[in-house]
Design a protein around this ligand. Structure first.
Ligand SMILES: *Cc1c(COP(=O)(O)O)cnc(C)c1O
Length: 341
């Protein structure tokens, strides 16, 4: 038995999901004729109380479309310095949107309204890039799956309103956040111009993300998707996987979180671990003593068929997901307990 904790993207479609996929009502999505894609887009938009959504191959694409949509060349966006849009999208902010970035050091990736306010450039200065966009990530990957409270997101929305800034949510793991907070999806939706969600993270779909927003923005987003090469055809097979994921798998996320907490408690007991970030959802990030490199730690685990991801110069990450069950949890716990380093 191989236990794969490298990411929540490693899941494979379940039998039920595959069955749903086979029943897709496909057509050429370029002509708006893929009924499954249309249904998914309507479902996702409606869930967040927004007008429209566009289905895309990846969360990188939905984020990149949003940034290009909401921030013009020479303008500036504000985000945490560990944001996925900045760290892990291959510099797309620079090449796709040609915008400048103001990086903030948040609390485990969560920036505050006060920090945002202090980071807005003087709009009367012709030297400074004009600040036009704020992007937050919930949950925050690099922050160990940390959650923004509704109030924190709302306070930033208030600052955006006061200063005429656009507001984007990188909600690749928003379902993990809401599984814990119980926030109302529509109230969250109302705070943002655009929301990016991933179906291929812990929801278990093989491929797919959606950008959700108002009709005009999403229409323009479709043009940008085309420009980025993301216009697809009979994507309904994937859309059905996404619909299945949204309808069946959000209720299972708390189980992932419970298992992640157990892993967090176990790694905290290891002498080679100097710190574990508080486990709030399905991400467990821990820091190793200088004497052990993340690579050698993960190699040791790999010898026992447990896969983990080195995550920085001293950190290792585990992510729990739909295909990580209690039996695998037990195995991982015993491997950790017997680890010799
Ligand atoms: C995974 C992820 C994305 C999108 O990644 P893709 O692999 O391009 O789908 C965006 N933001 C965050 C926070 C993520 O974890």
């Amino acid at each position: 038995m191989i236990v794969d904790l490298r990411s929540d993207t490693v899941t494979k479609p379940s039998a039920g999901m595959l069955e749903a996929m086979m029943l897709a009502r496909v057509g050429d999505d370029y002509y708006g004729e893929d009924l499954s894609v249309n249904e998914l887009e309507e479902y996702a938009a409606n869930l967040f109380g927004k007008e429209a959504a566009v289905f895309c191959p990846s969360g990188t694409m939905t984020n990149q479309i949003a940034i290009k949509l909401l921030c013009k060349p020479h303008e500036e966006l504000i985000c945490d310095r560990h944001a996925h849009i900045y760290l892990y999208e291959a510099g797309g902010i620079a090449s796709n949107a040609m915008v400048s970035v103001k990086l903030i050091e948040g609390d485990r990736g969560r920036i505050s309204a006060q920090q945002v306010r202090e980071s807005i450039n003087d709009s009367t200065s012709i030297s400074s890039p004009l600040t036009t966009l704020v992007s937050v990530e919930n949950t925050m990957n690099k922050g160990g799956g940390s959650i923004y409270s509704f109030q924190q997101m709302e306070e930033i929305a208030e600052v955006c309103r006061e200063h005429g800034l656009n507001y984007h949510l990188d909600g690749a793991r928003i379902f993990n956040a809401i599984a814990e907070t119980g926030d109302d999806f529509r109230r969250v939706g109302q705070l943002f111009n655009t929301i990016s969600i991933c179906l291929s993270k812990s929801l278990g779909a093989p491929v797919g993300s959606l950008l959700i927003g108002n009709t005009d923005d999403i229409q323009q987003g479709r043009r940008l998707r085309k420009a980025l090469g993301g216009q697809w055809r009979q994507a309904g097979y994937l859309a059905e996987a996404g619909l299945y994921a949204l309808k069946n798998n959000t209720a299972l996320l708390q189980e992932d979180h419970r298992r992640a907490k157990v892993l967090g408690e176990e790694v905290a007991k290891l002498p080679v671990v100097s710190n574990v970030m508080e486990v709030e959802t399905n991400v467990v990030i821990f820091t190793l003593e200088d004497s052990v490199a993340p690579n050698s730690f993960s190699k040791k685990l790999e010898e026992q068929d447990v896969l983990a991801k080195p995550f920085g110069s001293h950190e290792v990450r585990f992510v729990t997901h739909l295909d990580f069950n209690d039996e695998m949890l037990d195995k991982t716990v015993s491997v950790l307990r017997e680890l010799s380093l």
